[in-house]
Design a protein around this ligand. Structure first.
Ligand SMILES: [Zn+2]
Ligand SMILES: [Zn+2]
Length: 220
């Protein structure tokens, strides 16, 4: 699909509204994560958790395995912390990736439903150019990183295996995340809708109060 400046400009207002709703969703997910961490007595910020991430991944991006640098490394949630994936900030679901992979993975994370796998991270690591249309951007990303198909398939399989093994050490957390997921998803959907409704009515009300002193007419 070709790029249209007009489409891009027209989306700004709608995006402002969903940014607010997404922020609230992130806050709810962090609060739920805090509960889970308190329950199990380990949190992502604990030194022992950081040590265990390092023991498995060294200083490599959990997806592309390139060496991390402080200005290009970000906290990565294999199961994304958004309204579609409902991932939590808990041990097992908080790793480190390079900014590029984190950004590329968003395409899978933001799909309401996945086709290649059941989780966001497994989906991202399934783009081996064998199951998607030729213009799939995630497949193109991986083929630009690892041009040889056999090496690419091996790399993706190895990366997925490494994450799965790491998560195995935090099986309680993974299980809790899976059990909570349907309940959280339904709550996130209502929160997203309520937040958008609130933002719309409140912003209209405030805008009207700004302009009521100006005689511009009610419909301008
Ligand atoms: Zn990476
Ligand atoms: Zn693909």
């Amino acid at each position: 699909m070709s790029f249209r400046i007009q489409d891009c400009l027209a989306k700004a207002t709608g995006r402002a509204k969903s940014d607010v709703a997404n922020k609230l969703i992130s806050m709810l997910l962090h609060e739920a994560s805090r509960k889970v961490c308190n329950h199990y007595g380990v949190s992502v910020g604990d030194a022992r958790y950081g040590d265990s991430v390092h023991a498995t991944f060294a200083n490599e991006c959990c997806y592309c395995a390139q060496m991390l640098e402080s200005d290009r490394a970000v906290v990565e949630h294999p199961e994304g912390m958004n309204r579609f994936r409902a991932g939590l900030h808990i041990p097992g679901n908080a790793l480190i990736s390079c900014k590029k992979c984190n950004n590329e993975k968003r395409r899978d994370d933001q799909k309401p439903s996945l086709t290649l796998a059941t989780t966001g991270w497994e989906s991202f690591l399934s783009h081996d150019s064998q199951r998607c249309p030729p213009d799939c951007k995630s497949c193109l990303y991986w083929s630009s990183k690892i041009p040889n198909l056999t090496n690419r398939v091996d790399h993706l399989r190895h990366a997925a295996h490494r994450i799965a093994e790491f998560q195995f050490g935090y099986a309680d957390f993974v299980k809790a995340g899976q059990e909570l997921r349907p309940v959280i998803l339904s709550r996130l959907n209502s929160l997203y809708r309520e937040c958008q409704e609130f933002a719309t009515s409140k912003i209209l009300e405030s805008t009207e109060s700004i302009f009521e002193k100006f005689d511009w007419g009610a419909n301008s």
